[in-house]
Design a protein around this ligand. Structure first.
Ligand SMILES: Nc1ncnc2c1ncn2[C@@H]1O[C@H](COP(=O)(O)OP(=O)(O)O)[C@@H](O)[C@H]1O
Ligand SMILES: [Mg+2]
Length: 256
């Protein structure tokens, strides 16, 4: 390669690198999704920086669960338009198992703990997926309650412990973007605090989180940023503090 060609190549590469770093870690552009002919996710766009927590809020039926499911590339709802980018990868071109392999882990509202398996077997099964997730030792260090109950059947855990197990399973996989659907539902405040502590502790590791919660105040206190959905569209996007400080917004969309 001639010196000029080499120089051109270097310039091009460094330009590419600067574009790369200015791009948000996770980005949705004009996402539309349908259940059959039911048009539900109606042009959602959002950006998240690496390690941030985003609270995705809105009334019942606003499209929060559908948005998480669309990001995770489940078959239902079906995405018909838009782009989803995670760490430079086009998630919108992937099937759900490929999105999971790229680091997107959805913890659904029902948590999907597998019956007939112990806590440890539930985690071990998650680890079967390729990639570098947390080891059992790392998980037990962060989740002492799971360590104590490692031989107990997963479905016999309390609601809070099942939520921890569901998050632990996501950590056992290659986790870049954690999608949590109403993780605090039905949990005592002391358990909510324990889950908050864990979510906080994974931020410096570069794990990015989207949390959907009916307990909007708790989610906003944890989150860096917030998006409020209304009938499948973004009604507000800004910092979590802006929502906490905005009485009108809270009344109109969150009933708090
Ligand atoms: N499987 C489905 N088939 C058809 N419509 C659905 C399905 N699931 C949810 N919906 C509809 O999509 C809309 C958004 O639902 P959802 O995403 O669950 O809202 P949220 O999680 O904000 O409460 C609602 O009108 C709901 O009735
Ligand atoms: Mg929901």
């Amino acid at each position: 390669m001639s010196a000029i060609a080499m120089e051109t190549q270097i310039v091009t590469n460094s330009q590419a690198a600067s574009v790369e770093t200015s791009r948000p870690f996770f980005s949705i552009r004009d996402m539309h999704a349908y259940y059959g002919e039911s048009y539900i996710v109606q042009g959602v766009s959002l950006d998240i920086r690496q390690g941030e927590i985003l609270a995705l809020l809105g009334r019942n039926g606003a499209g929060k669960t559908s948005t998480l499911r669309t990001i995770a590339r489940t078959d239902d709802p079906q995405m018909r338009q838009g782009e989803i980018w995670l760490d430079g990868k086009p998630i919108h071109q992937m099937k759900s198992h490929e999105a999971a392999r790229s680091g997107i882990q959805l913890v659904p509202e029902d948590r999907r703990i597998i019956s007939g398996l112990t806590v440890e077997e539930n985690i071990a099964l998650a680890k079967v997926a390729p990639g570098n997730g947390w080891s059992l030792e790392q998980i037990y260090e962060s989740f002492p309650r799971l360590a104590e109950r490692r031989k107990q059947e997963g479905v016999t855990l309390s609601g809070g412990e099942q939520q921890m197990l569901a998050i632990a399973r996501a950590l056992a996989r290659d986790l870049k973007l954690l999608l949590l659907d109403e993780p605090y539902e039905g949990l005592a405040p002391v358990i909510v605090h324990e889950i908050e502590r864990i979510l906080h502790s994974i931020k410096p590791l570069g794990i990015t989180t989207i949390i959907v919660e009916q307990n909007a105040v708790a989610a906003l206190k944890l989150a860096d940023r917030a998006v409020i959905l209304d009938t499948g569209e973004v009604a507000f996007a800004g910092t979590a503090k802006e929502v906490l400080d905005n009485t009108e917004l809270r009344h109109e969309y969150l009933a708090i």
